[in-house]
Design a protein around this ligand. Sequence first.
Ligand code: 2HA
Ligand code: ZN
Length: 277
Amino acid sequence: MAVLEQEFVKGFIRLCNGGFLQGWHERNGGNLTYRMKKEEVEAVKDELSDKREWQEIGTEVPGLANEYFLTTGSGKYFRNVILDPVHSIGIARIDETGTKFQVVWGLENGARPTSEFPSHLMNHEVKKAINENYRVIYHAHTTNLIALTFVLPLDDKVFTRELWEMATECPVVFPDGIGVVDWMVPGGKDIAIATSKLMKKYDAAVWAHHGLFAAGYDFDLTFGLMHTIEKSAEILVKVLSMTPHKRQTIQPDQFRALAKDFNVTLPERFLYEKEEA
Ligand code: 2HA
Ligand code: ZN
């Protein structure tokens, strides 16, 4: 069956369009990758070509040897994915050493996978080793969360706690918390290593003054995580725009009660006592 008729491809395109409609993908901002299931590779096998050259990934991901990824293209606009998928997205396979990739479908006219391919692949490698069900890595330029990286300390504990406080569902949606990467040059191996280190602990990592990386089992969960975190950031921006001090908020013991009823474990290091509270 044609690649564009596959459910996983439709889900991928729908996420791209959803993210664009949220305002998270100005110009060519943001990127998305999906680690295909064996049966999904099998279903499109006849559509794949091995004519294009093997290229260096720029980092090593031996844990992803021979895997196939659906990816957005470098320099491509999320806005155009739904209109022109074959030029905007493509399938790349990884070689048996985990150092090279080959485009086997899409990304027509010589386009390449996202400039953040090294970060995506290193995140996939970490997540796959934790749980095979992780298949999606999504990077977006979430406006309010980026704004917060100019005013909050760039600290996992502070970002997690402040975002948890802004919406009761947050600790249930991301009970492990979120990580923060200091400002770094994007696109390369160093930021990929820093991000994948955080992905061992978290499903989301903020890039200071840049955006957010989110990991998940499927498109709904991963988009939902991005959406929940950005919504919470938006509420915090609104609160901070009205006043530097919250009059009331959710307290550590209330988070503990929530954790009990919703059957999640909230690490105590995020439930510190605050001086001003
Ligand atoms: O332009 O978002 O981080 C794509 C990006 C780079
Ligand atoms: Zn970016």
